[in-house]
Design a protein around this ligand. Sequence first.
Ligand SMILES: NC(=O)c1ccc[n+]([C@@H]2O[C@H](COP(=O)([O-])OP(=O)(O)OC[C@H]3O[C@@H](n4cnc5c(N)ncnc54)[C@H](OP(=O)(O)O)[C@@H]3O)[C@@H](O)[C@H]2O)c1
Length: 335
Amino acid sequence: MGSNATDTARLTVAVTGPTGTFGFGLMPLLQADDRVSRVVGVARRPFDPAEHGWTKLDYRRGDVRDQDALVDAFQGADVVVHLAFLIIGGSRETTRAINVDGTLNAFRAAAAAGARRFVYASSVAAYGFHRDNPVGMTEDWPVRPADRLFYAQEKAELEHLLQAESAAHPDLALYLLRPPIVLGPHVVGAKELLPGPLAPLARRLQGRIGRLPVPVPAFIPDVPVQFIHEDDVGTALLQCVVAAGPPGAYNIAGDGVLSAVDVARELGIVPLPLPAGPTHAAARALSRLPLLPSAAEWVEAASHPAVMDTTRAKSRLGWTPRFTGLEALRDTLRR
Ligand SMILES: NC(=O)c1ccc[n+]([C@@H]2O[C@H](COP(=O)([O-])OP(=O)(O)OC[C@H]3O[C@@H](n4cnc5c(N)ncnc54)[C@H](OP(=O)(O)O)[C@@H]3O)[C@@H](O)[C@H]2O)c1
């Protein structure tokens, strides 16, 4: 089966981590798309696809640390979408085994099974929050490990490792998507990427409580931030699945850049803005503290604006986000 946009044969798609935020963005699209005949999903928890009407999905409980299980699950797959990841909560060893070894297992299993495309959810974090990162980064800007944030270090390392694997397997086309914080009705995972003190507030999104009942004043750093809606992540993944554009790395984000102050207002907080410069300096200083607990490493994400240019995904993949960043936030709070 070919790996270009004119490929009209019906696809078998294997997805690791179909039960997470990205999975809930992609699976309904695979279910609805006539170009896809069959979907195989692998994750650890018990899960019943029928409860969601995902009749194409053959769900198997499995672990990405088990390469043989992946080779078995990927048999006959034209495309592998790798979403399984541990974002927070594991030890360094477990996190690395799932994220780094698991991703390499998935790529190698996809190659062994004869898949033609491998689609991986990277992150804006792969750019590393460096002071010289331009605002409005294009894909030509290098990915470089962050100084402190383990998640971001893994994302940069994995992009380099996957590029090396890809060079050794030229028949397996590599698509890398770099989204910012993902919002939507199924948000779980990386909301700690929200700037500075908004991270704990974002946990409110997890419970989908919505706005505070009465406005609460708080000092908020004026940090720019991009969001993307889970549905728009789904459509970007789908464009890669069907090879709507050439392989490669693609930045994706909802249109518009919000400030943390904008986000605070949406949460029902009366923002007392702190200027961006001192905020970034404070985040950099904090992130350099020795013996920083791992959860606090996320403060580095506020040490420099991480704002991407998404022109390439629009022009080459034909991807159009339906939600602006603000609409994605509002859609999450509404539920
Ligand atoms: N959410 C965001 O804001 C965001 C932003 C940028 C990039 N990303 C990236 O997008 C990808 C998907 O993120 P997400 O938000 O969908 O994550 P998520 O909601 O935490 O879901 C993770 C998925 O991976 C599965 N999984 C975890 N460990 C596994 C293992 N050992 N073996 C098999 N499956 C495993 C989980 O199911 P089980 O627990 O049942 O195994 C779940 O289906 C990740 O690479 C993440 O870094 C996310």
